[in-house]
Design a protein around this ligand. Structure first.
Ligand code: NAP
Length: 237
C-alpha cells in the first residue's frame, strides 16, 4: 500500500484573498485538499480564510507577494519543514488589464509592472516550489492565463496584460517540457471572462471560471501537460 497516496493533497493558491483565487481555494478545500491561501496583504488573507471557515472550510492564510522573493522563500521553507512536499501550485495572482493603452505608446514602466507580477511572479513561485513538487507523486502546476495571451488571435490593445500572458504561456511550455517524466503536469488555463474586480460586471460567475482551474489542478496521472485550456477544452496558443 502506498502511504503517500493516502495523505491529503496540499495546494498553494496565489492571489487567493478574492476573485477567482478565493473561489479556487474554496473548490479545492471542498475536495478535502489542504490549501494555503496566499495573499500579499496577510490581513486580507486572514479575513478571506475566516469567510471560508464560516462555510466549513479550514484553509491556511499566508503572506505571499509574488513580487517579493523573501515572502516566497519564507513560505517555501515553512512548507518544506511542515509538509516536506507540495502537490498543487496555482499561479493565479494577476494584475493590470490595461484597456487604456496601446503597444505603440504604452508606458513601459506599466508594462514592466505587469510582467513582474504576471510572469516573474509565477516563474519565481515555480523555481521555489518545484523542488517540493518533485517530492509529490502528483505534482500539478496551473498558470492562470488568458485568451488575451493567445498569439493566434492576438489583436492590438491591452499590451501589458496581453504580452504578459503570452509570456506566461511560453513559460508553461518550457516548464512542462523540462518536467516531463517527473509526474509534474504543467498547464495554462484561461478562466474565461469572469465577473471579478478585474473582469468587471457582465462576466460569467466566478464558480464557473474557477472550475477549469480546479480541473487542471486535480488532473489524473495520465492528464495532459504543456496545454492551454478553457473549460477543460484546448485553446489555440
Ligand atoms: P482580481 O479580482 O483582480 O484578483 C487578483 C488577485 O491577485 C487579488 O487577490 C490580488 O490581491 C492578487 N494579487 C495582485 N498582485 C499580487 C501580488 N504581487 N502577489 C500576490 N497576489 C497579488 O482578479 P481575478 O479576476 O480574480 O483574476 C485572477 C486571475 O485570472 C488573474 O491571473 C487574471 O489575469 C486571470 N484572468 C481573469 C479574467 C477575468 O475575466 N476576471 C479573465 C482571464 C484571466 P489584492 O487583493 O491584494 O489586490
Amino acid at each position: 500500500m502506498n502511504l503517500e497516496k493516502q495523505l491529503p493533497s496540499l495546494a498553494i493558491v496565489t492571489g487567493a484573498n478574492r476573485g477567482i483565487g478565493l473561489e479556487v481555494t474554496r473548490q479545492l478545500a471542498h475536495q478535502n485538499i489542504t490549501v494555503i491561501l496566499g495573499a500579499r496583504d496577510l490581513e486580507k488573507g486572514k479575513a478571506a480564510a475566516e469567510t471560508l471557515a464560516t462555510e466549513g472550510f479550514e484553509v491556511l492564510p499566508r503572506w505571499l507577494d509574488v513580487t517579493n522573493q523573501q515572502s516566497i522563500d519564507r513560505l517555501a521553507t515553512e512548507v518544506k519543514q511542515k509538509f516536506g512536499r507540495l502537490d498543487i501550485l496555482v499561479n493565479n495572482a494577476g494584475i493590470l488589464y490595461d484597456t487604456w493603452q496601446q503597444a505603440i505608446d504604452a508606458n513601459l514602466d506599466t508594462v514592466r509592472t505587469a510582467l513582474e507580477t504576471n510572469v516573474f511572479g509565477p516563474w519565481r513561485m515555480c523555481q521555489a516550489f518545484i523542488p517540493l513538487l518533485r517530492q509529490s507523486q502528483r505534482g500539478r502546476i496551473v498558470n492562470v492565463s488568458s485568451g488575451a495571451g493567445a498569439l493566434t488571435s492576438m489583436s492590438g490593445g491591452i499590451p501589458a496584460y496581453g504580452v504578459s500572458k503570452a509570456a506566461l504561456n511560453a513559460l508553461t511550455r518550457k516548464l512542462a517540457d523540462e518536467l516531463k517524466g517527473t509526474g509534474i503536469l504543467v498547464n495554462a488555463v484561461c478562466p474565461g471572462w469572469v465577473a471579478t474586480e478585474m473582469g468587471g460586471a457582465g462576466g460569467r460567475p466566478i464558480e464557473q471560471g474557477a472550475a477549469g482551474i480546479v480541473w487542471a489542478a486535480t488532473l489524473p496521472e495520465n492528464g495532459p501537460t504543456g496545454g492551454f485550456f478553457r473549460d477543460q477544452k484546448p485553446l489555440a496558443w
